[in-house]
Write a protein that binds this ligand. Structure first.
Ligand SMILES: C[C@@](CO)(OP(=O)(O)O)[C@H](O)COP(=O)(O)OP(=O)(O)OC[C@H]1O[C@@H](n2ccc(N)nc2=O)[C@H](O)[C@@H]1O
Ligand SMILES: Nc1ncnc2c1ncn2[C@@H]1O[C@H](COP(=O)(O)OP(=O)(O)O)[C@@H](O)[C@H]1O
Length: 309
């Protein structure tokens, strides 16, 4: 059997349908009820055998202003994922990693986490390391709170700091418009602003009406149930996002919300035609850098056949 030389994994972005945030814990993290929903905006990560040594990284795609902010050294979450998996599997990390990015960078859609999850799957395949899904999940949680979800995809609720996942049924295909902003927002800074604004945050609780709407494929009910406790903090740091949200609502969005820690804004549309109208209105308003349309939910990290890589 000849050894594989490269593996490509396709991995989705997420939007948070509910993000309920408790008070800061002693370790600095916050307990969450975090409903993840994987959407059809994909990064593709290709891991190729290379000389031993630090992983070499390259990046392409997406908004130029975004890709320029992707670190190409050992701090990249994908490089850290390759090193962690190599240590765990007892092999040498000898790979180059190419990131073809469609997920906005520092946009609250977990692009770096998606790349890390994809790298775990790609290296596990390339090195025939034989780690189980549970092993990969445990490694993912060590890399970041958002890293386990893109392994799974679909829709799922995350508790703890977001890493304990329970899948949720999704009974339909939901149509989304995302308004990408020019700059990013630091997740830690948004949680810090949340603490300043909500020192008395209550314990986060799941919203049963959201779970029911998701399971029923009921877009108007899901739009009404969307909620994000970090939105106020993101708007406090980036007040202009309010105009983006207002423009999407005025154009008929069933729900309008900041995605996770932002600054990407997410709009739920009734159907493809409505999504086109929302995207056109957002573009005309001049309040966002670019819009993309996507649907959810979609599967998690998937190895592509060699010819497609
Ligand atoms: C807010 C969310 C919502 O899904 O994602 P983004 O919108 O940024 O993509 C996540 O909770 C982000 O997850 P992730 O980006 O993996 O965060 P981590 O690397 O684990 O932590 C980065 C920093 O965010 C803060 N943090 C993160 C998760 C959590 N439950 N409580 C926190 O307080 C901490 O300040 C931490 O130092
Ligand atoms: N593979 C990666 N892709 C994008 N950003 C990365 C990656 N690895 C590390 N980063 C760093 O992580 C930060 C957060 O990026 P990202 O995961 O895209 O956003 P968010 O946490 O808002 O969902 C970026 O500002 C960047 O410096």
């Amino acid at each position: 059997m000849t050894a594989m030389t490269a593996v490509t994994v396709r991995v989705p972005a997420k939007v948070n349908l509910q993000l309920a945030v408790g008070p800061a814990r002693e370790d600095g993290y916050h307990d969450l009820v975090n409903v993840f929903h994987a959407v059809s905006l994909f990064d593709e990560v290709t891991v190729t055998r290379a000389e031993p040594g630090p992983s070499r990284l390259s990046v392409a795609g997406g908004l130029d202003s975004h890709t320029a902010r992707v670190p190409l050294d050992g701090t990249n979450l994908a490089a850290r994922a390759a090193e962690l998996l190599a240590r765990e599997a007892g092999v040498e990390a000898a790979v180059s990693i190419h990131l073809a990015k469609a997920i906005p960078v520092a946009g609250g859609m977990a692009g770096g986490s998606a790349d890390a999850a994809a790298t775990l799957v790609a290296c596990n395949t390339l090195w025939r390391a034989g780690l189980s899904d549970a092993d990969l999940h445990a490694l993912a949680a060590r890399l970041g709170s958002d890293v386990p979800f893109p392994l799974l995809g679909g829709s799922a609720v995350g508790t703890g700091r977001g890493e304990h996942l329970t899948p949720m049924p999704c009974g339909g295909r939901f149509t989304w418009v995302f308004a990408l902003a020019e700059g990013g927002l630091s997740t830690a800074a948004v949680f810090g602003e949340y603490d300043r604004l909500r020192p008395d945050a209550p314990r986060p609780e799941p919203d049963p009406s959201l779970a029911a709407a998701l399971a029923a494929g009921d877009a108007p009910a899901l739009g009404a149930a969307l909620s994000n406790d970090l939105q106020r903090a993101a708007l406090s740091l980036r007040p202009e996002l309010r105009r983006t949200l207002d423009a999407g609502r005025a154009a008929g969005a069933l729900g309008a919300i900041v995605s996770g820690s932002g600054p990407t804004c997410a709009f739920l549309a009734a159907d493809g035609a409505a999504a086109g109208e929302i995207a056109a209105a957002l573009a005309e308003s001049g309040h966002c850098a670019r819009t993309v349309q996507a649907y959810g939910d979609v599967p998690g990290a998937t190895v592509l056949p060699p010819s497609a890589g």
